[in-house]
Design a binder for this molecule. Structure first.
Ligand SMILES: Cc1cc2nc3c(=O)[nH]c(=O)nc-3n(C[C@H](O)[C@H](O)[C@H](O)COP(=O)(O)O)c2cc1C
Ligand code: SF4
Length: 605
C-alpha cells in the first residue's frame, strides 16, 4: 500500500489544497486506511493552512471518521428500530460469536471491527450493514455465516458475492412523478423557451413545496435566492436522507439521477448559479460511482458544463460531496457547514441560506424529490402537478414504508391519502401505530388512522414505519431517544443535556425503575428542549416521548416502580471514593437507602 505521506500529498494536489474539501479528503483517507493517522493530519494542517486541532475537531464530529485503526473489514450494522424488528440484534451477536470479537473493538489481529450505526436507509430490505462503507442488505443467518467466512479468508470486497450488494428500488406504487418520463434536457429547454420569470410563475402555480419535510414553497425560495445580489449563487441537493425510516431519495438517486440533475440545472439557470453540489450521505456511498457516471454522461451530452445545450453563457456543473455519518448534516445550515469542510454545527438563522449560504453566498438547498418534481413541472406544466393532491399540498409524495406489513417499499401517493388507505395497500394488519415522518415525526394511534398525509395534517419527509399490536412501543421510543442523544451535535445545552437526560429516563422506565415523578420530569425536559433548542433536531427530539406519553400512556404506567423515589444511580457506591480519601468507613459514612412506598403509584395500579 502507498505510504500515507504520498497518498495524502497526491490527494491534496488533486483537490488543489482547497480547505472546503477537508471532509472529502478525510473521507478518502478513512476509506483507504480505516482511520486518519496522525501524520495525515500533520500534512493536511500544513498544506491546507489549518490548525491541527481544527482537523481533529472535524474528525471527532463525524461518526464514520476515526483516529484509531478499525478492522480491515469495518462492519457497521444498521440499528434503526425497523432493523431491530427484523432481528438485527441476534445477527450482530451471531457474527461477533463467529468472529470471536467484542462489538466496537477491533479484533486483536486487526482483521475486523463490528459495531452499529444509525439507520442506513435500507429499512425495506433489512436488516442491513455497511462493510467498508458498502451496503449489504437482506441479512439472515446464512448470509452472516458467509460473511464471517469471507472475512476469515481475508477475501477482498470485490470478490464477495455481487448479490450481497444488491439494493432494489422496490417501487410498490407509482404515480405521476415516477411514471411520467421526461427527455434529458427538456426542462432546460423549457427554461430557455419561457424565461426564468415565466418558469418561476409555473412553479408557483403548481404549488410545489419542499419535499424534505418543512414544505417551504419552492418557487419562493428560488426567487429569494435569484433576487439576492451576488455574482456567485449555488444550488445544493440535500441527499442526506438521515431521518430514520426514510429511503425514498435512495431510489431517485439510483434510477432518476438524470431528473435530479435536470432539476438542479433548471434551478441554476433561474437563480444564476454556476456550481452545484449533491450532498450524498456516507451511507449511500454505494451510489457514488453511478452518480459520477451520470454527471459525466451529462457533461458529454452538454447538459452540464459550458454553454449548456448550446445556450451561450449558461455554465453549470455539479460535484458530489460525501457525508460521514452525521444526521444533523441533513439540516440545511449544518449541511452547508459540512460542505465547507467543517463540523456540521447548525448556523444561527436568519440569515437563511438563500441569502447567506455556501461560502456566505446565496444558495438554494432542496431535497432530492423537490428537484425531480421541479424538472417535471417545467416540462409538463403547473396543472399536471397542481391538479393532483389537496389544496394546500399539491402533487404527490413518495413514502418509504417499512415495519410490520407484507409489502414494504416505495409508494407514491397523491397528497391527502389516508393512513388507513396506505396500510391497506401495503398489507398491514392488526396495526397498533404508525410513526409518520421518522424519529422526529408523529406517533399516530389506530383511532387516528383516518388522518391524511398532507402539509395541513400529517406532514412528512417520507418515513412511514408500521408497528403491529405485538410490538412494544417503548422499544421504539428508546431506540429514537438513543438515536437523538447520539446525533445531537452538542452545541446547545437543551438538546445536549436534555437529550441525554431523556434517554436515561426512558432507559429507567424500560428496566422498571421509574416513578411518576420521572414521567413528569420527561414532560418537563421535553418542553424545555422544544422551546429552547438551537435547531430542529433538539426541537423535535422529545417528540416520540411526548407523543407516546399522551397517546400510549400504558406503555409507561405498566412499568412504573411502586415507589415515590428511586435514585438514578447507587448513592452509597458513589461515596466510596470519598470514603477512601477520608479514610472513613464507619456506619455514618454510608447512606442507607430504603425504598419509599408510592401511594400515587399504588392508586394507579
Ligand atoms: C435535523 C434535521 C435533519 C434534516 N434532514 C434532512 C434530510 O436528510 N434531507 C432533506 O431534504 N431535508 C432535511 N432536513 C430539512 C432541511 O433542513 C431543509 O429544510 C430541506 O433540505 C429543504 O429542502 P426542501 O425545501 O426541498 O424540502 C432536515 C432538517 C433537520 C432539522
Ligand atoms: S438542537 Fe441539538 S443538534 Fe441542534 S444545535 Fe443544539 S445541540 Fe446541536
Amino acid at each position: 500500500m502507498k505510504n500515507i505521506e504520498n497518498f495524502v500529498s497526491e490527494l491534496l494536489s488533486a483537490t488543489e489544497n482547497a480547505p472546503e474539501l477537508l471532509l472529502q479528503d478525510l473521507c478518502a483517507i478513512q476509506q483507504r486506511y480505516s482511520y486518519i493517522p496522525e501524520n495525515a493530519v500533520e500534512i493536511l494542517a500544513s498544506k491546507l493552512n489549518l490548525p491541527a486541532v481544527q482537523i481533529y475537531g472535524v474528525i471527532d464530529f463525524y461518526s464514520f471518521l476515526h483516529r484509531k485503526a478499525r478492522g480491515t473489514f469495518d462492519i457497521l450494522f444498521s440499528d434503526n428500530i425497523t432493523d431491530r424488528m427484523l432481528g438485527n440484534q441476534s445477527l450482530i451477536d451471531s457474527l461477533c460469536e463467529k468472529l470471536d470479537i467484542e462489538p466496537g473493538t477491533p479484533r486483536i489481529d486487526g482483521r475486523v471491527t463490528v459495531s452499529v450505526t444509525s439507520c442506513t436507509g435500507i429499512c425495506d430490505q433489512g436488516p442491513a450493514l455497511l462493510v467498508n462503507g458498502m451496503t449489504v442488505s437482506g441479512l439472515n443467518e446464512e448470509r452472516i455465516s458467509k460473511i464471517a467466512e469471507l472475512i476469515e479468508e481475508d477475501t477482498p470486497l470485490s470478490d464477495w458475492p455481487a448479490s450481497f450488494f444488491v439494493v432494489e428500488d422496490n417501487i410498490q406504487r407509482s404515480d405521476i412523478l415516477l411514471d411520467d418520463k421526461i427527455i434529458n434536457g427538456s426542462a432546460i429547454e423549457s427554461l430557455q423557451k419561457n424565461g426564468s420569470d415565466a418558469l418561476l410563475e409555473i412553479l408557483e402555480q403548481s404549488g410545489l413545496r419542499g419535499r424534505g419535510g418543512a414544505g417551504f414553497k419552492t418557487a419562493l425560495k428560488w426567487r429569494f435566492c435569484r433576487d439576492t445580489d451576488s455574482d456567485q449563487h449555488y444550488v445544493v441537493c440535500n441527499a442526506d436522507e438521515g431521518e430514520p425510516g426514510t429511503f425514498k431519495d435512495r431510489i431517485l438517486l439510483n434510477s432518476y439521477a438524470d431528473n435530479v440533475c435536470e432539476g438542479m440545472t433548471l434551478c441554476a439557470g433561474i437563480i444564476g448559479a454556476k456550481k452545484g453540489y449533491i450532498y450524498l450521505r456516507g451511507e449511500y456511498r454505494y451510489l457514488l460511482d453511478d452518480l459520477e457516471q451520470t454527471l459525466q454522461k451529462r457533461r458529454d451530452a452538454n447538459l452540464l458544463g459550458k454553454n449548456i445545450c448550446g445556450h451561450e453563457g449558461f455554465d453549470f456543473d455539479i460535484d458530489i460531496h460525501l457525508g460521514a455519518g452525521a444526521y444533523i448534516c441533513g439540516e440545511e445550515s449544518s449541511l452547508i457547514e459540512s460542505l465547507e469542510g467543517k463540523r456540521g454545527i447548525p448556523r444561527k438563522r436568519p440569515p437563511f441560506p438563500v441569502t447567506n449560504g455556501f461560502c456566505n453566498q446565496p444558495t438554494v438547498v432542496n431535497n432530492v424529490e423537490t428537484f425531480v418534481a421541479a424538472a417535471k413541472i417545467a416540462v409538463f406544466g403547473a396543472d399536471w402537478y397542481g391538479s393532483v393532491g389537496s389544496s394546500e399540498s399539491t402533487g404527490t409524495k413518495l413514502l418509504s414504508i417499512s415495519g410490520d406489513c407484507a409489502r414494504p417499499g416505495i409508494y407514491e401517493y397523491p397528497f391527502g391519502v389516508s393512513i388507513e388507505q396506505v396500510l391497506e395497500d401495503c398489507g398491514a394488519h392488526d396495526t397498533q401505530a404508525v410513526q409518520v415522518a421518522g424519529a422526529a415525526g408523529s406517533t399516530v394511534p389506530a383511532q387516528e388512522f383516518h388522518r391524511s398525509i398532507a402539509f395541513e395534517d400529517l406532514s412528512t419527509g417520507g418515513s412511514f414505519m408500521i408497528f403491529n399490536q405485538q410490538r412494544d412501543m417503548l422499544e421504539m421510543v428508546q431506540n429514537f431517544c438513543h438515536f437523538f442523544c447520539h446525533e445531537s451535535c452538542g452545541f446547545c445545552t437543551p438538546c445536549r443535556v436534555g437529550g441525554a437526560l431523556m434517554k436515561d429516563l426512558v432507559d429507567k422506565v424500560m428496566v422498571g425503575h421509574a416513578t411518576h415523578n420521572d414521567l413528569k420530569e420527561m414532560e418537563n425536559i421535553g418542553q424545555i428542549m422544544q422551546q429552547n433548542s438551537h435547531c430542529g433536531l433538539g426541537v423535535t427530539a422529545p417528540k416520540p416521548v411526548l407523543d407516546t406519553l399522551e397517546k400510549f400512556p400504558q406503555i409507561y404506567m405498566q412499568r412504573l416502580a411502586n415507589r415515590g423515589f428511586e435514585p438514578a444511580f447507587d448513592l452509597d457506591a458513589a461515596l466510596e471514593e470519598s470514603r477512601q480519601i477520608t479514610g472513613r468507613d464507619d456506619a455514618e459514612a454510608h447512606i442507607e437507602y430504603e425504598p419509599l412506598l408510592n401511594t400515587a403509584g399504588q392508586d394507579e395500579s
